[in-house]
Design a protein. Sequence first.
Length: 331
Amino acid sequence: MNALTRTARAAAVLAPTALIGVDLADGASRPGYQLTRHWISHLSLGDRGWLGTVKLVAVGLLVVAIAIGLRGQARAAGATPRRATWRSVTLAGLALMAAAVFPIDPGLNYPPDAAAVQTWHGGLHDIAGLVVVAALAVTAWRLGRDLDLIRAHRGQQADITDKRSTGERADTPDRLAGEQAGPARDPAVWRHLGRGVATLVVTAFLTCATLVTLDHAGLTPGAPGGLFERIAVYAGIAWLGVAAARLLAHRRRPQPASRHTAASVDRQPRANGTADTAARNAGGDNRARRGQMSDSPVTGATPPAESRARPGGCTWRNRERLPAPPPARPE
């Protein structure tokens, strides 16, 4: 594991820890701030607004570091779905930093005694927030798919290794049937988890937007919009950290040999053993018979018993020294 991968794994641990830990600690100690009502971005306002801004920038940089690690591993592994995953992770990190650069407008009675206004940078902040949620949802979906594919890859590698250790040919019908039955006996657990997290992120944020709109309109004062926003963001960033750490810990193993390569390896003579000697003798006997059948003037004629291979085996080099079959007798 190189330094880039180690840094990305550390970022995968620090990103959700920093966002969730600092947000809860800062929000609980702010006078007039309600964790269940106000948004995470409201912590960028007020006397300690700099702390909320630094938090968003730091988490954005950590998320970008995760994306760089996934991109490097995708190049090392070849054509994998992570080539698309790291792009959505990068988008989430950049959107977090954009939300910090363009602060949110005051609203929902925070900061206390501050008038609710609408500015251009507040509008850009809202767009950046939508991009963050959308990128986290897409990333959750893709990370679940990637983890499931890696799990299936490890299972296939283990099956092939077990079959080769027992001396079974790599291209037997049993192996092919096992590969077809693999998804049935190896359910897509990570894929389902990723889809569940993505659905939770989208559903919670839509609920948050609805409650905040009703709160702004004065229909449901004190609605728990901030609570549902935290559910969406916390779930997305926590899943990103866990799944990315597992992906970055995966080491790509060499690809298994193709069917022709495995068959040629299996045909090579093995070290001691009566079973291997019998197999070589049988192979030479079959090749000798096929050579005599091709030289026979009558299609399908069976060569005489004396033309068969001797116990030591027969190859194409000494096939000419065997007696030719007698001509067919007319009926």
